[in-house]
Ligand binder design. Structure first.
Ligand SMILES: [Zn+2]
Length: 201
């Protein structure tokens, strides 16, 4: 893929891409309803990766916004939020869905999931992540109420909303168009769809 190409993250599937330090990536919520689990790994050492639990104390909030820097598990800057055309509702609390999550939700047999999509997306680049870091769940709407309770709500973004991130080191980014179709996080229609990204150079 060349810089500028519009790359599809297929519905229910994963995709990965390499970025050089200083390159920017535009993630596009093509239909507005889709949650995209997002990971970033140090390209030179996959054991260092974007960490939600290390980022939250540095930015002092649950949800990053334009100007905020995302940190690794070694507390080094890895990505910066440069633009966000959406209402800015994203999630840093919820783990990537996995086969066990769907079992809890009553699914019998296999269900597509973001954890397997992370491995599949990175495998296309010949890489295996050493673990599954907590993702930055782009456009996922998990309001925290005053009594500290959580709920799983539909996205509030519009079709075509985008986020631009800048790489602060050479990175491998991975994405999963979340296949959640039991809870309404991907819209009340419970229909996971595709999203896109574009490396801006
Ligand atoms: Zn998921």
């Amino acid at each position: 893929m060349a810089a500028g190409d519009l790359i599809e993250i297929p519905a229910r599937r994963g995709k990965a891409v390499r970025l050089k330090k200083g390159q920017r990536i535009k993630m596009i919520n093509t239909h507005g309803t889709q949650v995209v689990d997002t990971w970033a790994f140090n390209a030179d050492d996959l054991h260092e990766f974007m960490s939600m639990e290390h980022t939250r104390p540095h930015i002092g909030k649950f949800i990053p916004a334009v100007g905020d820097i995302m940190y690794t598990n070694k507390r080094r800057p890895i990505l910066t939020f440069v633009e966000d055309s959406s209402p800015g509702i994203h999630d840093t609390i919820i783990a990537a869905c996995d086969r066990y999550r769907y079992k809890f939700l009553g699914v019998e047999g296999y269900h597509d999931n973001c954890t397997d999509n992370l491995f599949a997306g990175m495998k296309e680049l010949g890489l295996t992540p050493p673990e599954v870091p907590s993702p930055l769940n782009m456009w996922m709407n998990i309001p925290v109420k005053p009594d500290h309770s959580l709920s799983f709500e539909p996205t509030v973004s519009k079709p075509g909303d985008y986020v631009v991130l800048r790489a602060e080191m050479d990175v491998v980014m991975a994405f999963s168009a979340c296949p959640q179709d039991i809870l309404p996080i991907n819209g009340v229609g419970l229909k996971p769809v595709e999203a896109h990204f574009q490396v801006l150079g």
